[in-house]
Design a protein around this ligand. Structure first.
Ligand code: AMP
Ligand code: TRP
Length: 353
């Protein structure tokens, strides 16, 4: 008898364009899992979650479609992975409501996303546009619903989402012990935790920090951004013989480190080693280093931009596969919600729109 094929699930908030941090921190892992083909991969756009930080009307639908065109351009394939939109599975909201009935407020108040926002508001009540919402407090419950509704086995998330995943596991386990075995409980997996620094030398590349290199940047933009990376004229000594990027990059001045990290990720090994030798020799080589980094980044972006603009990768094509995949996932999701309704005692729905 063959073992049941496992399900991998990950969600992505529709933040618009994708930058190198997103790619090397998340997207490339999604691609690897898709190509390994050991499990069925579900990737969805968490548009309900995006509403927890919304202050005024934004084109979340437009952002979702744009982002999916970029994902497809990177190699995410709607024929190999099940790619859908959270809000096309509205029974997720029903499951979130049901889970909310057994969720302790104290637990939610310890949630990192909620705590961060609370402390920002305490520092400066006007700092954030939107209030501390019921939706934000319930963020981990909705995330648990996303995970449990498709009976995910494996949920590859970054370090920042680990607590949310643990809450989902905890909720499912407690539900099962109170109402009987209903949920399939996922297991956490670790991901190689590369954190890509920002082009300004900040410890993390992030959209809100305006320090990103984007996958759709054209060669002129790439060059302009890379030229602006702050580099000191005197390189700090490395005090190690290691040629390993993870060892040497943190020892460099932060702006210089970003350039070496980009070479490490994108250029042939010889190029990285040549520039590392230059670094050890000292001297003025930052101009060449920047040129090399920019060339390799542009070369990386080129096919992505081409596939992004491919007429087959249109907004209409994205809408088509979103519709098709929502149709595929709905029966699995409804089966979970119906089982939960039955377990909690309200019984199956008699009619569903
Ligand atoms: P965000 O756009 O910040 O919601 O991030 C989406 C995904 O990209 C998350 O899984 C993050 O872990 C990953 N990510 C974002 N920025 C970086 C970065 N600078 N380095 C590594 N991973 C990142
Ligand atoms: N909260 C995740 C993030 O900010 C996105 C997300 C929502 C998610 N639901 C999920 C991730 C379920 C994994 C599984 O990145």
């Amino acid at each position: 008898m063959s073992a049941k094929r496992e399900t991998i699930l990950s969600g992505i908030r529709p933040t618009g364009r994708l930058h190198y941090g997103n790619y090397f921190g998340a997207v490339r892992h999604f691609l690897r899992l898709q190509e390994e083909d050991k499990a069925t991969c579900y990737y969805f756009i968490a548009d309900y979650h995006a509403l927890t930080t919304v202050t005024d009307r934004q084109d979340l639908y437009g952002n979702t479609v744009e982002m999916l065109r970029t994902y497809v351009a990177c190699g995410l394939d709607p024929r190999k992975s099940v790619i859908y939109r959270q809000s096309d599975l509205p029974c997720t909201a029903e499951l979130s409501l049901l889970l909310g009935m057994i969720t302790n407020i104290g637990l939610l108040e310890r949630g990192t996303t909620y705590k961060d926002k609370l402390s920002k508001l305490r520092e400066d009540p006007k700092a954030e546009g939107n209030p501390l919402s019921y939706g934000l407090l319930g963020y981990p419950v909705l995330m648990a619903a996303d995970i449990l509704i498709v009976k995910a086995d494996i949920v590859p998330v970054g370090e920042d989402q680990r607590q949310h995943l643990e809450m989902a596991i905890d909720l499912a386990t407690r539900f099962n012990s109170r109402f009987g075995e209903t949920f399939h409980v996922p297991r956490p997996i670790s991901r190689d935790a590369l954190r890509l620094p920002g082009l300004d030398g900040a410890s993390k590349m992030g959209k809100s920090d305006h320090n990103t290199l984007d996958l759709l940047d054209d060669p002129a933009t790439v060059l302009k951004k890379i030229k602006a990376v702050p580099t000191t004229t005197e390189p700090a000594p490395l005090d190690t013989d290691s040629n390993d990027a993870d060892t040497v990059v943190p020892k460099m001045p932060s702006g210089v480190g970003v350039l070496y990290r980009l070479l490490d990720l994108l250029a042939p090994r010889e190029v990285f080693l040549e520039f590392l030798e230059e670094y050890r020799r000292g001297g003025k080589f930052y101009g060449n280093l920047k040129k090399a980094a920019a060339e390799h980044c542009s070369k990386f972006n080129e096919p992505i931009i081409a596939r992004y603009n491919d007429p087959a990768n249109s907004a209409a094509a994205v809408e088509e596969f979103l519709r098709e995949n929502a149709r595929r996932v709905t029966p699995v999701a409804l089966e979970t919600v119906e089982a939960v309704r039955a377990a909690m005692g309200i019984g199956h729905s008699l009619y569903r729109a």
